[in-house]
Design a protein around this ligand. Sequence first.
Ligand code: NAD
Ligand code: WQD
Length: 340
Amino acid sequence: MKILVTGGAGFIGSHTVVELHHAGYESIIFDNFSNSEKAVLAGLETIIGKPVTCYEADINDPAAWDKVFTENKIDGIIHFAAFKAVGESVSEPLKYYRNNVAATVLMLEKMEEHKVSNLVFSSSCTVYGQPESLPVTELSKVQPANSPYGNTKQICEEIITDTVATNRGLKAISLRYFNPIGAHESVLIGELPLGVPANLVPFITQTVAGLRGQLSVFGDDYPTSDGTAVRDYIHVVDLAKAHVAALALLLKQQEKTTYYDYFNIGTGTGSSVLEVITAFETATGLKVNYAIKPRREGDVTAVYADCSKSNEILGWKAEKTLTEALGDAWKWQLAVVNRK
Ligand code: NAD
Ligand code: WQD
């Protein structure tokens, strides 16, 4: 079966291409490399031991969709391609609405035109904002987004829901990811943040590698066990496997004309910033140079997942520990530094 992976050269997409291969699917990557490197393709080919098909094109280009769909019989799409920098989305909202929302609308139009019915969509725990109670389940309220980026994820989920409801053949699953970290054990693929990383784990690894002077811990006055904010950090390989499970579930719905569901994809465990630092030090035997700084604007206090629904319905569960994920993130950082 052929699966089109938009954003397949990116962090989560590339790991998903590997897991799709292990599960017997053929991936076709659709990526314009706006936030990834072509070297990812060589890394993927080494890991899976065969050539990878890639369309280097923009998901905003209608002709590119026609070309991919005319040249291939696509059984399903996993739609990762999007911009994801929360801060940039505040200063450049239209860039985010164009790439994340308008391109998703175009994709849905092209899916209908070319009769492609199965879609897995990359959503985010950001849709929950600061939940009223924890852990957060899929029944928890979707809160008003605190950034244009977060808004694009909510809007896309709604667009997909409305499109499924037209009963014209679309079947879809949205996966609400918590905080993906780590890298493939081969260290041939991983996260490639451009410039100064906004996310915690790449900032830790770059600090320990000597590329940054010091990690700022944003706030130690939150109402949590040690005062630092709490998140659910999931190994990217576990997250990639959730996509394979979602696809398998979609493909089982063939007798239905319509299907939509959404799932939390996390570990179920919340970790504070200081706990992540300690786990990193345990995993690597290295010290993290950090200082406590004021809270970062827009951050929530704590969010972590209840994954019972994905455990039961997707038959998926995160397997890797935080320490393993941080160890893999560090190995990846070393590989990146040594490659330069
Ligand atoms: P990433 O930036 O590493 O990967 C995205 C890929 O999409 C990149 O390879 C980029 O070149 C490509 N792309 C972007 N715009 C494109 C366009 N117009 N045409 C073709 N290709 C395009 O990001 P990621 O971390 O792998 O995230 C993947 C998806 O998961 C995104 O939709 C993101 O919003 C979502 N998500 C990410 C996180 C996270 O923390 N990384 C958390 C929740 C949800
Ligand atoms: C984690 C914790 C920070 C950096 C973001 C997006 C979210 C989703 C995942 C896509 C927070 C603290 C961080 C640093 C720190 N992406 N921190 N020092 O904010 O939970 O989520 O990525 O959908 O939408 O908002 O992740 O890694 O930025 O932060 O103390 O230098 O680490 O304050 O508590 P976040 P993060």
